[in-house]
Design a protein around this ligand. Structure first.
Ligand SMILES: Cc1cc2nc3c(=O)[nH]c(=O)nc-3n(C[C@H](O)[C@H](O)[C@H](O)COP(=O)(O)OP(=O)(O)OC[C@H]3O[C@@H](n4cnc5c(N)ncnc54)[C@H](O)[C@@H]3O)c2cc1C
Length: 350
């Protein structure tokens, strides 16, 4: 790492903010080319995918699949029966899988690759400087890979109602008796199936069509299968309000803009889309225009003083001791007005 005259200021070639799948991939690749890289992470190394996304979700889906196999083995001539499910041990399994993969994304591994990892929140303080605690960084290029978080819709009552998102769902050590899920996108539907298979009653509420971004024929097959397994899916159903009850939560709904009703459950999971992590990044201080919308497009842009790369990698495949996860980075970092949509981010790295 090159320091300039000010001992506190690091001057790497590339500074990556965010050590999720996107940031780690860039940092590892750049370091492999001998480039000076600073990688900043304010939370857990590995970001959403390792800690709150692909890995724990696929691990709990695997547990659900094992349970479903017990119930459907009759066709193989193997007596089917209802499995005994110890949800606390399912939770242990999920966290064992995360722990097995974690060294792959760890500070130690990345420092071993030659990356300077700084743990803390990165924030632009000017067009060319990022601050982490007292540490200043003036990189030649910045990569913002700060990912996304669950978007929580402004539903009346939500502020006083306990709810889960992907960030705390995988902490449950007791099975939710009746899990209500708002949002029938991929996350809502996969968690619905896994929890149903693990013995929860599950109701999914979707304002539009379930799995709306999926091919309609494929979506219909998935929906049929999930309903046959006992998942209750309420399509074209709007959530009017939510409230806390003695037993958990009550959700007031309106079906097809007509019939009103309520669904009561023990737990509420919000899986209603993603919001980019752009707050407290100081993008305004850097003069970077951005939107708060999630986009799947990879975009690149050059600002007058900061060449700023919007990193949304379309597909990365990483291997791990236990899992090979196709990581579609639905990333959600700031986009710049006037940027060109492109399939390569190279303009920012020139
Ligand atoms: C439940 C769930 C299941 C999923 N399953 C799959 C799947 O099966 N397959 C698949 O391909 N994808 C899946 N995804 C999507 C996948 O997790 C994301 O696409 C991927 O994590 C995006 O990577 P990223 O690096 O862009 O962002 P993230 O993984 O979100 O990483 C961003 C990192 O930036 C850090 N950060 C934010 N702000 C700052 C700051 N100011 N300073 C320093 N650090 C900062 C955050 O702490 C975080 O660690 C799933 C997501 C969820 C939620």
């Amino acid at each position: 790492m090159t320091n300039n005259n000010n001992a506190k200021t690091l001057t790497p070639d590339i500074c990556v903010i965010g050590a999720g799948s996107g940031g780690l991939s860039v940092a590892a690749a750049a370091a492999a080319f001998g480039v000076d890289v600073v990688l900043i992470e304010k939370g857990k190394m590995g970001g959403d995918c390792l800690n709150y996304g692909c890995v724990p979700s696929k691990a709990i889906i695997a547990a659900g699949k094992a349970a479903a196999t017990f119930r459907s083995s009759e066709k193989f001539g193997v007596g089917a029966h209802e499995p005994e499910i110890d949800f606390s041990r399912v939770n242990d399994h999920v966290h064992d899988v995360i722990a097995t993969i974690a060294p792959h994304d760890s500070v130690e591994r990345f420092e071993g690759l030659g990356v300077n990892v700084i743990q803390g929140a990165g924030e632009f303080v000017s067009a060319d400087t990022v601050k982490v605690g007292e540490q200043l960084i003036k990189a030649r290029r910045y990569v913002v890979a700060t990912g996304s978080s669950a978007a929580v819709p402004p539903i009346p009552g939500i502020e006083n109602t306990p709810y889960l998102t992907n960030e705390n769902l995988f902490e449950l050590t007791e099975r939710p008796e009746h899990l209500i899920i708002i949002g029938a996108g991929p996350i809502g539907m996969e968690m619905a199936q896994a929890h149903r298979r693990l013995g929860s009653r599950v109701t999914v509420i979707e304002a539009l069509r379930p799995l709306a971004v999926t091919d309609p024929d494929h979506a219909a097959q998935v929906i049929r299968k999930m309903e046959a397994e006992g998942v209750e899916i309420l399509a074209n159903t709007k959530v009017n309000a939510v409230e806390r009850t003695d037993n958990g939560v009550k959700v007031s709904i309106k079906v097809d803009d007509e019939a009103e009703g309520t669904v009561e459950g023990t737990h509420l999971l919000i899986a209603a889309g993603r919001a980019p992590n752009v707050t407290s990044l100081g993008l305004e201080a850097a003069g970077i225009e951005f939107t708060r919308k999630v986009s799947r497009q990879m975009m690149a842009c050059a600002q007058p003083t900061v060449r700023f790369m919007r990193l949304v990698m379309s597909q990365v495949v990483r291997s791990s001791p236990m899992l090979q996860v196709h990581m579609h980075l639905w990333s959600s970092v700031p986009s710049c007005s006037g940027c060109q949509s492109t399939t390569t981010a190279s303009p920012c790295l020139q």
